[in-house]
Design a protein around this ligand. Structure first.
Ligand SMILES: Nc1ncnc2c1ncn2[C@@H]1O[C@H](COP(=O)(O)OP(=O)(O)OP(=O)(O)O)[C@@H](O)[C@H]1O
Ligand SMILES: [Mg+2]
Length: 287
């Protein structure tokens, strides 16, 4: 009889994960990540992690702090090179060594720290590095009129309300900044869009606007990975959730088959059972 990997003996995989291959039609994967591992010194950030995603699907990626959500996403966005594992996009194996590689494969990530230029205006941020130009005696000049017109069209197509594309980003609210970062990412025509904590620092109305943006892009066929600690948001936009713990997949649920209470338990359950086991050992229960 074939033995399971050693860690399965220590951390048996829940039935929901074991059933994963049954749940998903393998013909229609947009993303398949399997056996992804990443170690930093003694820290095993990812340990045989996996992730799959269908076209237009919104996947909520959840887990406690340090569970490996950002690292797994950065592997897909080309920002982190894994020690092991494979990635397939639309059935083709890919190997990303930089975010530019991922961008060429239509994978975009909106990072937690947003990476916008505060002193540049809205349109400038949307087109950073790709500004429309015209030539004056052979010298390239910034075509501001075209840039602002394109920026207005881009924002209105996404339902993003910004009063003026000439506003400096430093004067925008958190929600508007987040929208600009997402707008910039979608302008690269992604088929996969990863958002790391897009609503963490936003006011209630701004959260709703970002969630609406997720609905808009997924309705256009873009597959979305949403990392969030705001569990209520999962039930508003996600089709499915994946729970991680200490670099591993621990559970996966279709959103209609779960509840906020179950998701909380899946995220913290093992931590608390490990703690109570530790306490029980301290108290001599196992003696
Ligand atoms: N560049 C790095 N160098 C060293 N350790 C790292 C690095 N990046 C991540 N780690 C470690 O890997 C583990 C997973 O981190 P990661 O950022 O993926 O977690 P996360 O699930 O996104 O957590 P959070 O919810 O707090 O954002 C953590 O223990 C983290 O400290
Ligand atoms: Mg993170």
């Amino acid at each position: 009889m074939a033995m399971p990997p050693w860690h399965l003996l220590l951390f048996p995989v829940p039935a929901s994960v074991q059933g994963m291959t049954v749940m998903i039609d393998t013909d229609t994967y947009r993303v398949r990540m399997t056996g992804i591992s990443k170690r930093y010194g003694t820290m095993q950030s990812l340990d045989d992690a996996s992730l799959s995603l269908k076209p237009g699907e919104v996947l909520g990626l959840v887990g406690d702090n340090g569970a490996g959500k950002s690292t797994l996403s950065k592997v897909l966005s080309g920002a982190v090179i894994p020690d092991a594992g494979t990635i397939e996009i639309d059935g083709k194996p890919v190997s990303f060594t930089s975010p530019a590689d991922a961008r060429a494969a239509h994978v975009e990530m909106v990072y937690q720290d947003l990476a916008l230029c505060d002193t540049v205006d809205v349109a400038g941020n949307l087109f950073l590095g790709r500004e429309p130009k015209w030539r004056l005696g052979g010298i390239p000049m910034l075509d501001k009129k075209t840039m602002h017109a394109r920026a207005r069209t881009m924002l209105s197509n996404l339902g993003i309300v910004i009063p003026d594309t000439r506003m400096k980003v430093e004067n925008l609210s958190g929600g508007q900044r987040q929208s600009i970062a997402i707008g910039r990412a979608t302008s690269f025509n992604p088929s996969v869009l990863i958002m790391d904590e897009p609503t963490a620092a936003l006011a209630v109305a701004e959260v709703e606007a970002v969630l609406e943006l997720i609905r808009t892009v997924s309705a256009q066929g873009v597959s979305v990975i949403l990392i969030t600690h705001r569990l209520q948001d999962l039930f508003l936009v996600c089709d499915r959730i994946q729970v991680m713990y200490e670099g591993r997949n621990v559970a996966e649920r279709r959103i209609e088959d779960t509840s906020i209470e179950e998701v909380v338990n899946l995220i913290v359950g093992r931590k608390f059972s490990a703690r109570s086991a530790g306490r029980a050992a301290d108290e001599g229960v196992f003696a």
